[in-house]
Design a protein around this ligand. Structure first.
Ligand code: NAD
Ligand code: UDP
Length: 332
């Protein structure tokens, strides 16, 4: 299959390009390098032994994106990763998020319609569930109240896709709701590289382990969870990448929503102690105040993806901690 991957040099996109190439797909990347580096291209070529074509275009530039469809002729499917993803920044700069996440998506869908390309995989997030009555999130639950403009862009795009499918049911759309993507490729060549001081737990642990930051603050130990710290469903990025390959393979006419998660909740303290054990490193941490807006606990019901995509996570929390640290050491 000839597949266009937007944001293909980013964290999840780069791992997905590797997995797509493994299955002999032809992969075309569009990325404006806003949050990635061009050298990732050589790295994914090295890992996979395949070549990728890169267009360094901004998805907001509709004419340039049309040119890609014109030049490439027979693109069959699009996986759409490109977008901004920093929750805190989105609160401060909502228009930047609405513009870059939503306009890029409607541009892309309009061009796909024009070129009669109707297979679309979208990177959504568990954040669209908002707060639910139970911590196990199932696709049949209604979307909840989002807590940031970032989350709202994901919920709005899901709605746009529903409206689009309703208007023209020749589309094949897979909405993938990621839980907490972490880890890195086992080669140590590609992984997550946040700018500045990280907000997310795993990247923060990396900076403390490598001595770039002094202390990890654990945000609250008085939640109603087994050890009092927050519980999330951490998914290895290579498992997540494979989920995209399966979503394309199993794609049928229709609009489908899938949770991509392990189905298991892990607490902050569990992640910290597993990291220490696997890598034989002592992490400096302290218990701090709860972070406003954080939910105590949620994780995926991953049965639908197992049944319909024949996909489940294979990597463990130990793999996640080992691979993330391996990447950090190689790239520090
Ligand atoms: P990332 O920032 O590493 O990758 C996104 C890529 O898109 C970057 O390479 C960036 O340069 C590119 N990009 C951004 N705007 C662009 C534009 N206008 N034109 C062209 N390229 C553009 O992010 P990621 O972690 O790989 O996430 C990929 C997708 O998955 C995003 O849509 C994100 O919201 C979603 N998602 C991520 C997480 C997570 O925790 N990482 C969780 C849920 C959902
Ligand atoms: N967390 C923490 N210290 C940090 C960053 C995060 O204790 O420096 C906790 C946070 O409260 C949550 C979990 O780690 O319980 C995962 O947070 P992250 O920001 O990685 O993901 P999200 O909040 O989006 O699930």
């Amino acid at each position: 299959m000839k597949i266009l991957v937007t944001g293909g040099l980013g964290f999840i996109g780069s791992h997905t390009c590797v997995e797509l190439a493994k299955e002999d797909n032809e992969v075309i990347i569009v990325d404006n390098l806003y949050n990635s580096k061009e050298e990732v291209l050589e790295k994914i070529e090295k890992i996979s032994g395949k070549k990728f074509k890169l267009y360094k275009y901004d998805l907001k530039d509709k004419e340039k994106i049309k040119k890609v469809f014109e030049e490439e002729k027979n693109i069959e499917a699009v996986i759409h990763f490109a977008g901004y993803k920093a929750v805190g920044e989105s609160v401060k700069k909502p228009l930047m998020y609405y513009s870059n996440n939503i306009i890029t998506t409607t541009n892309l869908l309009e061009i796909m319609h024009e070129y009669n390309v109707k297979k679309f995989v979208f990177s959504s997030s568990a954040t669209v569930y908002g707060e639910q009555e139970t911590p196990k999130y199932v696709e049949t639950m209604k979307r909840g109240e989002t807590t940031s403009p970032y989350g709202t862009t994901k919920a709005m795009i899901e709605k746009i896709l529903e409206d689009l499918y309703f208007s023209d049911n020749s589309w094949n759309i897979s909405i993938l709701r990621y839980f907490n993507p972490v880890g890195a490729h086992e080669s140590g060549l590609i992984g997550e590289e946040p700018n500045g001081i990280p907000n997310n737990l795993m990247p923060y642990i990396m900076k403390v382990a490598s001595g770039k930051l002094e202390t990890l603050s654990i945000f609250g130990n008085d939640y109603p969870t087994p050890d009092g710290t927050g519980v999330r469903d951490y998914i290895h990025v290579v498992d997540l990448a494979k989920g995209h390959v399966q979503a394309l393979k199993k794609m049928k006419q229709g609009l489908k929503v899938y949770n991509l998660g392990s189905g298991k909740g892990v607490s902050v303290l569990e992640l910290v102690t597993t990291f220490e054990k696997v890598n034989n490193i002592k992490l400096n941490y302290k218990i701090a105040q709860r972070r406003p807006g954080d939910l105590p606990e949620y994780f995926a019901d991953s049965q639908k993806a197992l049944k319909e995509l024949d996909w489940k996570t294979e990597k463990t929390i130990e793999d996640i901690c080992r691979d993330a640290w391996n990447y950090e050491k190689n790239n520090a």
